[in-house]
Design a protein around this ligand. Structure first.
Ligand SMILES: *Cc1c(COP(=O)(O)O)cnc(C)c1O
Length: 426
């Protein structure tokens, strides 16, 4: 064995996986079982008491899911990870470890529409209060900090316009405030951006998008960077205080730099229950093996499509950070030098009606509410994903009435451009 550290593409294929010890199966098997037999009564007791690691019940952990967790932790450069049923489940589980009723967290205003809804409405019923800040104005994060602030939440490449967030600048604000920075890295994937390298303490993903990559399986994951000290000032009692459900152990003291991932598993997933099906874990693992190849193709195609649109007379503007003229191009060069992702927006001179008409004329682009599929996708956010927002909030989040969002797939770029040309021209 050489002592060379494996590169990203090698990790994408191998991290966390070994040939199955009993059958020799080379692909990771789907351990489609709810529960696991204990060796004896002592073994069972030590598993339940967190004195030993092992399998108990698939709501808490499963060997197929464990390979996925190890692989994504390796790709993101974290200490440990926890797979859950969806990206939204990941967000609930993360914040449940950090916030008590009445606490606040600061979130960037440019976010996936579903996250805006989840934070504004569902989380309010838990007593968790979101305070919005503007990712283009770092001082708005500083001004939003109060003694009740427990976390900051941003997207690395932000929905819907594909804008790039200055992760390092916001991580400095988080450090000063003594709170962890959570980065939703769904649109970048670790192939383009590794937020932990830029100061993130927790990374979350919707595995449903580029990581799974084929539009066939929902999933979510939480990656613990192992960087945050949870013991200071009694601010994070789930991690620092004795846990009555586990004989009074303190998770930070017992598990050190992967205590947050453990808390998410044994306090969050165990009790809230959003477990990932091992079948979905298998599908997503298979997708991850080709992540570097797919992601590069997604980015190259997106750039070609953005350039075509920027030159088209029916198009008013294109918001793609990979274009040299874009206001996020400097940040893209710094944070995502291999490519600025494949999700971006453009606006049409004909406004709302032109947006609706374009979506109906496209043939190769599927009109649906998803991103990060091998197939090219299109949506008109103002009439769909962002329709719950009022007009001012739509514009602030980059989803004004004239805006169309693309998720560019891995087809031949000439075919994608021809489809857009016929739909725009007709
Ligand atoms: C899709 C998405 C989510 C939510 O993930 P689900 O798997 O649909 O629950 C969160 N953040 C971003 C950026 C997304 O694109």
């Amino acid at each position: 064995m050489s002592d060379r550290l494996p590169g990203f593409s090698t990790l994408a294929v191998h991290a966390g996986a070994q040939p199955d010890p009993t059958t020799g199966a080379r692909a990771t098997p789907i351990y489609q079982t709810t529960s696991f037999v204990f060796n004896d009564a002592d073994h069972a007791a030590s598993l339940f008491g967190l004195q030993a690691f092992g399998n108990i019940y698939t709501r808490i952990g499963n060997p197929t899911n464990a390979v996925l967790e190890e692989r994504v932790a390796a790709l993101e450069g974290g200490t440990a990870a926890l797979a859950v049923a969806s990206g939204h489940a990941a967000q609930v589980v993360v914040l449940q470890q950090l916030l008590q009723p009445g606490d606040e967290f600061i979130a960037a205003r440019k976010l996936y529409g579903g996250s805006i809804n989840q934070f504004t409405h569902a989380f309010k019923s838990f007593g968790w209060n979101v305070v919005w800040a503007d990712p283009d104005d770092i001082s708005s994060f500083e001004r939003a900090v109060t003694p009740r602030t427990k976390a900051i939440f941003i997207e690395s490449i932000a929905n819907p316009a594909g804008s790039i967030t200055d992760i390092e600048a916001i991580s400095t604000v988080a450090r000063k405030a003594g709170v962890p920075l959570i980065v939703d890295n769904t649109l970048a994937s670790p192939y383009l951006i590794r937020p932990i390298d830029h100061g993130a303490d927790i990374v979350v993903h919707s595995l449903t998008k580029f990581l799974g990559g084929h539009g066939n399986s929902l999933g979510g994951i939480i990656v613990d960077a192992g960087t945050f000290d949870w013991s200071t000032g009694g601010k994070y009692p789930m991690l620092s205080e004795p846990r009555p459900e586990y004989h009074g152990i303190r998770l930070q003291e017992t598990f050190g730099n992967f205590a947050f991932a453990i808390a998410c598993r044994v306090l969050g997933l165990r009790d809230l229950g959003p477990a990932l099906s091992p079948f979905n874990a298998f599908m997503i693992l298979t997708g991850i093996e080709t992540l570097p190849l797919r992601m590069q193709r997604h980015c190259d195609n997106a750039k070609a499509v953005a350039e075509f649109l920027a030159g088209h007379p029916a198009v008013a503007s294109v918001s793609y950070a990979g274009l040299p003229s874009d206001k996020y191009n400097q940040l893209a060069r710094k944070y995502a030098p291999k490519g600025a992702g494949a999700v971006f927006t453009f606006s049409l001179k004909g406004g709302y009606d032109a947006g609706v008409s374009l979506v109906s004329k496209l043939q190769l682009f599927s009109h649906l509410a998803n991103v990060g599929d091998t197939r090219s996708l299109v949506i008109h956010p103002a009439s769909t994903t962002h329709s719950q927002l009022d007009d001012a909030a739509k514009i602030k989040s980059g989803a004004g009435p004239d805006v169309v969002r693309l998720s560019v797939g891995i087809e031949d770029k000439e075919d994608l451009i021809a489809d857009l040309e016929q739909a725009l021209g007709a």
